[in-house]
Design a binder for this molecule. Sequence first.
Ligand SMILES: [Fe+2]
Length: 382
Amino acid sequence: MLDKKKYFELIGSRIRSELNDLKRTPESAAFELNFEVSELNKILEGKSSKKEINTLINKMGDFYPIDISDLYILEDDCSNGIKIMTGKDSIKTSRVFNRKNSNGKLLPYYEYRDSAMSKLGPFKPEWIKELRNVNNSDPHNPEIAYNNGHFLHQLTFFIGPVNFYWKEGENYYCEEMNTGDSNYITPFYPHSFSSRDNSKDAIIIAVTFGGEVRRAQKEMYWLGEERVNKYKNFGKQKNKENFNPIIISKNKIFNENKNYLIKDLAYPNHLEIAKGMEIQVLNTKSETDYFESPFHSFLFNYGNCKILFNWKMNNVIHQHILLPGDSIYIQPFISYSFTNVEDANAKLIVYEVAGAMNSLAQIELSYFNDSSRLANETKKWF
Ligand SMILES: [Fe+2]
């Protein structure tokens, strides 16, 4: 977790960077904003309070043509680069939502529970239990309530006998999914899930996430539909390949490693913004290799086995015992490994999603001259 002092320093340096962009010195800005120059300097040095910072940022927003929401740095809610949510805490967030059945009666459809999520991460993973039971796999089953589709991309991992339904154009589809299967759902494609067997748990881990379009949402809202559609058409012209809006992965074989098995889960390989994998850590009592990703990661322990999660932050090794149902948000470039100390194999899934530092940003960044000032502006521009 970022301490308050460091957080105030970062906000101060972000405000300095904005004043640089506006070609203002602290003195000229203080004069224009009718703000004490000594107080403004305290803010730039990170020696002020939240209240003073908010006052300054609001004044800047009133006076300069800037987006003040960009000046608020996110407060790191992780500890040592990760954020854990226990299965116990997850249960406390349980919400049951009703949807209509074939008789138009509102009856339980899903139970939702939150899993690990951080302010810093691009995803909102949920544990979802299918409460609507069906006795066939007919996509037109009147017991099934399709949603309207949603703005976020969705990666889904299946646990138990779950039916997956979706709609493309005027056509409805249903696929029978089982433990270890997975899918990817493109934004705004209507879909639904049900249970095929009410004697078993039917659960999905749904990792919904935003990409570049989510980050452009603010701009799209003021541009309006007509102009956004012009951009969409540009995209269509550049994107010549046929794409499949729903990607399904079933019965995939694991690759074997020294002490773990690994397989890819369904992901949108036409986009390079997300990946998924299932990892089974074998009961060898030995530590796996370290994993590390430039993406934000979400880890979920879906098996019945606890596992030792080891991770490194600034070369210090930390450990946590991950119980069944526990999940973790892992920041980019935090490396981690597992040690299975139980007799059974541990079953985990990991979803990785790109943040703002994607390929285009990386290439642009590589041309910059002084890398010491990228994440902390310390200088006036002249
Ligand atoms: Fe969904």
